[in-house]
Ligand binder design. Sequence first.
Ligand code: RB5
Length: 142
Amino acid sequence: MIALGCDHGGYELKQEVKKYLESKGLEYKDFGCDSSASVDYPEYARKVAYSIVNGECDKGILICGTGIGISIAANKVKGIRAALCSDCFSAEATRLHNDANIVALGARVIGPGLAVKIIDTFLNTPFSGEERHQRRINLIEE
Ligand code: RB5
């Protein structure tokens, strides 16, 4: 199950992302927000982050205007590794190296075409499992 969350800056892109996930037959749970009316991104970052640490969802997608605020907020939750990505190389690397469990996107930074390619890369790249990467992740979690 994929957790989705956004603020008003990410609402329109989240609608595109939902269409994409549906076209791929991927299940998601949308934690809001539900319109382009102004909201506070930490609220949605937390909802998505807690759904992952409590096991309800496996991975998350967070979207705000830049992707910055919502990723900072998500990374305050222990066990969350949220990666702000604007390219597919980073999306692949953060799965391989960081075992990132949330990808954050900036709706005012990238368009929907690139966003879904980044999401596709993020969802389909496994963690490498290499000892040095696991060791570094463990150090983050200490
Ligand atoms: C909202 O205007 C904007 O600040 C927010 O979407 C995000 O970019 C914050 O980091």
